[in-house]
Design a protein around this ligand. Structure first.
Ligand SMILES: Cc1cc2nc3c(=O)[nH]c(=O)nc-3n(C[C@H](O)[C@H](O)[C@H](O)COP(=O)(O)OP(=O)(O)OC[C@H]3O[C@@H](n4cnc5c(N)ncnc54)[C@H](O)[C@@H]3O)c2cc1C
Length: 400
């Protein structure tokens, strides 16, 4: 069992050693390790990562039975199962290593009312499952799973809505309120993922509204800040001041941001200045500055550091020390994705920090876009796949 965020302990003062592969891969059998090794090898080839989705889609269209193969390989690496129940083994496995679970319903694309209703029901089921379960300390949802993308875009641009659109938006916001309300009633924090900048204003406004209502005593609702955006460090600071002045707890998930190429391309095509920082160093600086600012305002701010960046994790570890905070301060979580950066998650968990992994789930066919994105991301992030491979090889050698 992982520790409850409320039973703060002061005994574990050891620092995590991110090179400890024994702890990092303790829950992996030799077979799991071999699968991970080959997967990251394949993913590291940008050629294979590009043709993989094409091959998979062609195979699906021609009726070849590829789903069992996908389920045993890339799905097994990055997903917990096809249903909430199927994720139980993964939840237990992570908990053994001191790591919590965020069940992430990763079905994408459906932009019809019935799909939104279904997704909202799934999120409510996750919140109910998380109630009183210290192994699931946080929950999450993606706004475009609940509200139509074009509607969010129109609201973000402050375009006038038709009467029908106003009614649709009202209904969609009511669905989000229902989710946050249940999270509040059952005392289960819920995070709202961040998406493209041109729909984000609407998401930010809804998140603030929800926080104002439900974060009076503790952090129930978290918004997400993408620090690759050149305006997000200042808006995070402004929002923290607002929360302090207004008397609610600010919930902030900090990420670098996942839509960089798309953002730059749209800005270029439409002729407006790119909202993305000019280089990686600027993003890294903003991210680390955001982490520092949150820790400096930890009384009124609850922070989830969603990152695979070792430097940023180390920074947060040091800040916790410098401010004399317990490792498992209820306002501080580290978070990574299932199947990635186990050397961070499990070594942090072992040293008594609050760590949670996103555990994506859903029918294999429906989570394919998520899986292809993971593959692509691991190819495009210089060094990330190399690091994963190196650590797996060290552990394979250690076990011989
Ligand atoms: C738990 C968790 C939750 C997440 N939730 C979200 C979410 O809600 N919304 C979302 O958008 N993403 C989300 N992400 C993904 C995240 O935004 C990053 O894409 C991913 O984690 C890689 O960043 P990093 O900090 O792990 O590592 P790093 O490898 O250090 O950073 C890579 C990131 O740096 C930025 N970057 C790279 N090159 C440049 C450049 N030339 N100029 C400027 N910036 C650059 C990009 O954001 C890139 O993704 C989440 C990630 C995690 C682990």
């Amino acid at each position: 069992m992982i520790q409850s965020s409320s039973d703060v302990h002061h005994t574990n003062t050891s620092h995590p050693d991110f090179n400890n592969t024994e702890i990092a891969f303790k829950g992996k059998t030799d077979k799991d390790l071999n699968r991970a090794y080959w997967l990251f090898k394949i993913i590291s080839s940008s050629f294979l990562t590009k043709i993989g989705p094409v091959l998979a889609n062609t195979a699906i269209k021609t009726g070849l039975p590829v789903f069992p193969l996908i389920k045993k390989t890339i799905f097994a690496q990055f997903c917990g199962g096809e249903t909430i129940e199927e994720c139980n083994a993964t939840i237990e496995q992570l908990a053994k290593g001191g790591v919590g679970t965020i069940l992430d319903y990763s079905v994408e694309g459906g932009q019809q009312e019935e799909s939104f209703i279904h997704t909202a029901e799934e999120i409510l089921a996750i919140i109910r499952k998380a109630k009183n379960d210290p192994q699931i300390p946080l929950t999450v949802f993606k706004p475009t799973g609940i509200i139509r993308f074009e509607l969010l875009e129109k609201v973000s641009a402050k375009d006038a809505l038709t009467v029908a659109e106003q009614a649709e938006y009202f209904k969609a916001k009511a669905r989000i309120n229902q989710i946050c309300r249940l999270a509040y009633d059952l005392d289960v924090p819920v995070m709202i993922d961040a998406e493209e900048s041109w729909i984000q204003n609407a998401i930010d406004d809804i998140s603030t509204e929800m926080m104002r209502m439900y974060n009076r005593d503790r952090a129930i609702v978290y918004n997400t800040y993408q620090l690759y955006r050149n305006d997000k460090l200042s808006s995070l600071k402004a929002d923290i001041f607002l929360a302090e002045a207004d008397g609610f707890i600010m919930g902030a998930k900090l990420v670098r941001g996942a839509y960089m190429e798309k953002e730059r391309e749209r800005a270029l095509n439409m002729g407006y200045p790119s909202p993305i920082n000019t280089d990686k160093t600027a993003t890294d600086n903003d991210y680390d500055e955001a982490v520092k600012f949150c820790v400096e305002h930890i009384e009124h701010t609850a922070l989830v550091a969603g990152t695979h960046n070792e430097q940023s994790c180390r920074l947060l570890v040091n800040l916790i020390d410098q401010h004399g905070l317990p490792h498992n301060h209820p306002h501080i979580y580290f978070s990574q994705l299932l199947g990635m950066s186990d050397h961070l998650s499990f070594n942090l968990g072992n040293a008594g920090y609050n760590v949670v992994k996103y555990v994506p789930y859903g029918p294999v066919r429906s989570v394919l876009p998520y899986l292809f994105r993971r593959a692509e991301e691991n190819t495009s992030i210089a060094g990330q796949t190399g690091r994963e491979l190196k650590l797996i090889m060290i552990e394979k050698k250690r076990r011989r």
